[in-house]
Ligand binder design. Structure first.
Ligand SMILES: N[C@@H](CCC(=O)N[C@@H](CS)C(=O)NCC(=O)O)C(=O)O
Length: 197
């Protein structure tokens, strides 16, 4: 199983992190992002969106970090990480959407602007960061994990860009429940870090 990967990408990191937590066999293939390899002919054949992560497992080719987490959980992680019961699965799914929407447009975008010089609206992404971090912090006030009372792919999807939010000028220091949740996740067997967290 191959992951077309960028070390500094939180979207790629969530796949590496989860694969490590469940001990799934994963070969990382570094993508030369600065040279635009992800927009080149070979990778566009795998993902016409021109984005990474991309997972290749035999004939299966998948884009999008959240979708890849679902695939890995089904194939290697099992019920614990991606429950099959309708309301439990939907609970986890809610958080995969948060990762792809509020986290992407909040802390992720702030980091793209501040660390990589991407042109976007910093004030807006900072305001969105405050909004989503407050919601998550309140949610975690009486819970150890984001969904279904145990670590799931919900946590793996949401954690990465919060753990490196400071690179976008977003401090998570004051969000004490988020701090405690991150520490719990970092103590899971198989946890790996990425540059910046
Ligand atoms: N929906 C995708 C987004 C992936 C994404 O934005 N990847 C970035 C790197 S972190 C990328 O390849 N960007 C290239 C571009 O937008 O042109 C996911 O959640 O994995």
């Amino acid at each position: 199983m191959k992951l077309y990967d960028l070390e500094l990408s939180g979207n790629c990191y969530k796949v590496r992190l989860f694969a490590s937590l469940i001990n799934a066999p994963l070969d990382t293939v570094p993508v030369d992002y600065l040279q635009g390899e992800h927009k080149g002919e070979t990778l566009l054949k795998l993902n016409p969106w021109g984005e990474i992560p991309i997972l290749e497992d035999g004939n299966v080719v998948l884009r999008d970090g959240q979708a890849i987490l679902v695939y890995l959980a089904n194939k290697y992680g099992g019920e614990a990480w991606w429950p099959s019961e309708a309301h439990l699965q939907a609970d986890v799914m809610q958080w995969l959407s948060v990762a792809a929407n509020e986290i992407q447009h909040g802390p992720n975008t702030s980091r793209l602007i501040e660390k990589f010089g991407v042109e976007s609206d910093l004030a807006l992404s900072l305001a969105r960061s405050t909004q989503i971090l407050t919601l998550i912090n309140n949610h975690l006030a009486d819970k150890d994990w984001l969904a279904v009372n145990r670590p799931t792919i919900a946590d793996c999807a949401v954690y990465p860009y919060i753990s490196i939010a400071h690179e976008g000028g977003v401090s998570v220091d004051e969000y004490t429940h988020i701090q405690a949740w991150m520490k719990r996740l970092e103590q899971l067997p198989g946890y790996i870090s990425m540059p910046g967290n």
